[in-house]
Design a protein around this ligand. Structure first.
Ligand SMILES: Cc1cc2nc3c(=O)[nH]c(=O)nc-3n(C[C@H](O)[C@H](O)[C@H](O)COP(=O)(O)O)c2cc1C
Length: 175
């Protein structure tokens, strides 16, 4: 078992990608990491939609106002949606799964960025969920949580400065 600390130090949100495609083997590892994430009462309510089609990635980049543009140049998007039936931890479960995929991408030397889907608006004024559902056709009752952009790193980000962590947010014994 290796200590993951260095992964956490080096993990950054990467929004600039090269044109190189992501190898199927790497994509499978990323998706596997999501599928292995913990979930409340082991309901595993997530579904992942992998999008590689360039025209669709271009359309997806308008799912938010301004902050999803990196999808235009990403090798792929992993759209994380959740089935709300029989669970009350949908948001947590899907977010943890997306975070696991983000971390696995980072540990493979790839870049990725979590794009908020839930409760946000698309460029055309629809909710991000309605807009993405219109493009990808997932069922009405399924909830959009996030979109993960993935690609080869086009701009290297600096690791976190461990000496600048907000230790004032950590409380001992009582607040
Ligand atoms: C819940 C959540 C929603 C986010 N939404 C977006 C987003 O819509 N677009 C984006 O570019 N980055 C988004 N991010 C990435 C954050 O901006 C990023 O994590 C933060 O700036 C810290 O940078 P780092 O991840 O490189 O440490 C999101 C991150 C989280 C955890």
């Amino acid at each position: 078992m290796s200590d993951m600390y260095e992964e956490f130090v080096n993990r950054r949100s990467v929004r600039v990608y090269t044109e190189e495609p992501v190898a199927d083997e790497d994509l499978k590892k990323i998706l596997s990491a999501g599928l292995m994430a913990p979930s409340g009462k082991s309901k595993f309510p997530w579904h992942f939609i992998v999008v590689k089609d360039r025209a669709m990635l271009e359309k997806l980049s308008a799912c938010r106002v301004g902050v999803a543009r990196m999808l235009r140049k990403a090798a792929c998007a992993i759209v994380v949606i959740g089935d709300p039936s029989d669970t009350d931890t949908l948001v947590e479960d899907c977010t943890i799964a997306a975070a696991y995929m983000h971390l696995e991408a980072s540990s493979l030397g790839l870049g990725s960025c979590y794009i908020q889907g839930r409760g946000r608006e698309a460029e055309n004024g629809q909710t991000t969920e309605e807009y993405v559902r219109g493009l990808l056709g997932f069922p009405e009752e399924y909830k959009l949580q996030a979109v993960l952009s993935v690609g080869h790193v086009g701009k290297t980000m600096k690791p976190h400065k461990t000496e600048k962590l907000f230790w004032n947010k950590v409380h001992e014994e009582k607040f």
